[in-house]
Design a protein around this ligand. Structure first.
Ligand SMILES: NC(=O)c1ccc[n+]([C@@H]2O[C@H](COP(=O)([O-])OP(=O)(O)OC[C@H]3O[C@@H](n4cnc5c(N)ncnc54)[C@H](OP(=O)(O)O)[C@@H]3O)[C@@H](O)[C@H]2O)c1
Length: 248
């Protein structure tokens, strides 16, 4: 099967490429930069897309610049239709239709463009990756306190998301959304922060004292506090603490 991955050089995309290769597939990586197995194209301008998708049966669409994803997705859909792509799999985020965040609105706009495009498709929404939580905590390592918010999170390993995407890429289009994909635990962000600090060598009591929880007012914080970005059911993959213990 001929598979092309947008965002195949990113945090999630690298795992998807590994997973597909381990399953015997040879995916093409659509990137703005040349490299091994890369097809060079730019989703923002559309340059290179017809050549990149020539002969592609399935597209895994993971690319994002967190600002103008709808424009990129429209270019991809135009090229996919022209190339006769048989299945486009899109990774979105749990709660894009419920949490009032600009990035989520743009992900929802992408979902709507895909659904109306005529290209056979599957959409899967995932919760925050373990890397996302770590990226929030790591810059605070030299501060006396680690600042968190009073919100729940359900982080998931990119390995688990990649396994789901690789499976979807080799099954028939759902012509809609499939079940949301969340991590194995829903816990307060502060608890994950304590786990992170402990994994960096602090004693449990010291980690507990170091982490503080802020309460922000407003609709956006309320939506996160209500857990609208979580699935409510435990999902697959290793728990955050286990992942943090082996992550620099
Ligand atoms: N991070 C999370 O917690 C999370 C949770 C749920 C869902 N998601 C979704 O998962 C997907 C992957 O996220 P990520 O954090 O792994 O992304 P990432 O590491 O930021 O990677 C972004 C990717 O987008 C590509 N890209 C950006 N602009 C492009 C352009 N104009 N043309 C072609 N490619 C372009 C980059 O490729 P080059 O630089 O090689 O061109 C890169 O591979 C996104 O759709 C995101 O919304 C993320």
């Amino acid at each position: 099967m001929s598979i092309t991955i947008t965002g195949g050089t990113g945090t999630l995309g690298r795992r998807v490429v590994e997973t597909l290769r381990a399953a015997g597939q040879s995916p093409s990586i659509l990137s703005r930069r040349p490299g091994a197995d890369h097809v060079v194209a730019d989703l923002q301008t559309g340059a290179g897309l017809p050549q990149a998708l020539d002969g592609t049966e399935t597209v895994l669409h993971l690319a994002t610049n967190r600002r103008s994803d709808a424009r990129a997705t429209q270019h991809l859909l135009d090229a996919a239709r022209a190339a006769g792509v048989q299945h486009l799999v899109y990774v979105s985020i749990v709660g894009v239709d419920a949490v009032p965040l600009g990035y989520y609105r743009s992900k929802l706009a992408c979902e709507e463009l895909i659904a109306g495009s005529g290209v056979p498709y599957t959409i899967v929404r995932a919760t925050q990756f373990h890397e996302f939580v770590a990226d929030f905590l790591r810059p605070q390592r030299r501060l006396p306190r680690v600042i968190t918010l009073d919100v729940p999170v359900q982080p998931i390993s990119t390995t688990a998301v990649a396994e789901r995407l690789a499976a979807l890429a080799t099954t028939a289009p759902a012509h809609g959304r499939v079940d949301d994909l969340g991590g194995p635990e829903v816990l307060p962000l502060a608890e994950f922060a304590r786990q992170w600090v402990e994994a960096r060598g602090a004693a449990p009591e010291a980690a507990r004292r170091r982490v503080v929880e802020w309460h922000l007012p407003g609709r956006l914080a309320d939506a996160y506090r209500a857990g609208l970005h979580t699935t409510g059911v435990p999902g697959p993959g290793i728990p955050f603490a286990e992942w943090a213990a082996t992550t620099p």
